[in-house]
Design a protein around this ligand. Structure first.
Ligand SMILES: [Zn+2]
Length: 420
């Protein structure tokens, strides 16, 4: 590729790039997995390319085992590499559910040759049935950092209390899919627009009630609560308060909740059915503000592949979820651009540094001697995203046809090119 010179099996030179928000253009030499040299660029040509630390997704559904018709570890991590990711946390709602150390180990074995490092999330409760906690100490000793019933909420507050108490002792993070079953019931779309499509509404309070409750429990126990896919302004307010009192709480937002609203959902139909649902434009702007000011720590994709047949149904019957990992960067970069200027340091923080920190991963900065886990972004004139070149086994992206200006042109995992 133009601007990426493969010297031999061990050496690659990435030419004429800026590092994050750096002003100087440099050539980066990668040798045997590490950054060997960073020198002033030989070329004097203008360049719209930046190097960022490789991305970390705390919330990916790879579907394997059990859901290979939608995605596999191979296709999902190839999609991740195309999105600039080097680390993905694979959610536990597979078939069978990843709820024992044995299954975590089996999953790691399956992912040995993947195109990104796969970190296996363990379920919080056995079978994600909201009845009995998993064996936290065995899983912690086996190196699990994230516990989540994602896809389902841990509704039982006694279990949440016990889990966060245990995590306060052992370390590790509880990632909660906040959805009060009693409030949400059969809801499929933001409640204020439900009548327009003739379906049950998914009210904001269904999320906020759990977020408020769990923040109270995290504060009381000292266990680390991570709120998955925040979707409402009042959830943001609750998280802002939690941070103001130094409660051990972090939060994520998805690209689709940052970029799309319930009005888009009504217009475009069940292709935009997702859990939690897309919210009002007021919620969208609150989420954007919270991502910019640090109230929301990270962008996580909630990459949720589904075959065409399960998405092309009615609002009531279509599957919840969208693919997101291949399009996250261009969408997030647009969101973090003000007055034509993209804050690459904020992009690096929310897509790499902060998720690595929450997930317990070591992340080195882009300097001589550090591991070459990085991606290169090119900015240019607007172009339209297409699903035709996607590597995911599924095509349920909400961003086909969406106009953006940035793209991932290279991803490198420990010096090995995983996407170009
Ligand atoms: Zn979820």
């Amino acid at each position: 590729m133009d601007g990426v010179k493969v010297i031999d099996d061990h050496t690659v030179i990435i030419e004429n790039v800026r590092i994050i928000d750096g002003t100087e253009r440099v050539d980066v030499t990668v040798h045997e997995g590490r950054i060997a040299r960073i020198e002033p660029a030989l070329s004097s040509a203008e360049s719209e390319r930046v190097v960022l630390p490789g991305f970390v997704d705390l919330h990916t559904h790879l579907r394997e085992p059990g859901g290979e018709v939608s995605e596999t570890i191979a296709t999902g991590t190839r999609a991740a590499a195309a999105g600039g990711y080097v680390d993905v946390f694979a959610m536990a709602n597979t078939t069978p559910v990843t709820d024992t150390l044995e299954r975590v180990l089996a999953m790691r074995e399956l992912a040995r040759d993947a195109h990104a490092r796969v970190h296996v999330v363990a379920a919080a409760t056995i079978g994600q049935a909201d009845q009995t906690l998993v064996d936290i100490s065995a899983l912690r000793n086996g190196g699990v950092t994230l516990f989540s019933d994602d896809g389902h909420c841990v509704n039982d507050e006694g279990l949440v209390h016990e889990l966060l108490q245990r995590l306060a002792q052992s370390g590790g993070v509880f990632a909660q899919h906040a959805q009060s079953q009693r409030i949400v019931q059969k809801g499929v779309i933001n409640a204020r627009v439900a009548d327009l499509v003739g379906c049950h509404g998914w009210p904001e309070a269904g999320e906020e009630a759990i977020v408020a409750r769990d923040i109270a429990i995290a504060r009381a126990t000292g266990g680390h609560l991570h709120v998955c896919h925040v979707s409402t302004k009042r959830s943001v307010d609750l998280i802002r308060w939690a941070k103001s009192v130094h409660a051990p709480v972090t939060a994520e937002v998805t690209p689709h909740h940052l970029a799309l609203s319930d009005e888009d959902a009504v217009k475009r139909g069940p292709a935009l059915k997702v859990n939690p649902p897309l919210r009002s434009l007021g919620d969208v702007s609150a989420l954007r503000e919270a991502l910019a000011d640090g109230t929301i720590d990270v962008v996580a994709t909630d990459h949720a592949p589904h075959p065409e047949a399960t998405k092309s149904k009615s609002w009531r019957d279509a599957a919840f979820g969208m693919t997101a990992i291949e399009t996250a960067l261009p969408v997030v970069a647009e969101v973090l651009t003000t007055a034509g200027r993209t804050s690459w340091s904020r992009v690096a923080e929310v897509m790499s540094v902060a998720p690595a920190r929450i997930g317990g991963l070591r992340r080195e900065s882009i300097t001589v001697g550090s591991s070459a886990d990085l991606c290169v972004i090119e900015s240019g004139p607007e172009y339209q995203l297409s699903v035709d070149d996607h590597h995911s086994r599924s095509r349920n992206s909400p961003f086909a046809g969406y106009s953006v200006r940035h793209r991932v042109i290279l991803t490198m995992l420990e010096g090995r090119i995983t996407h170009s």
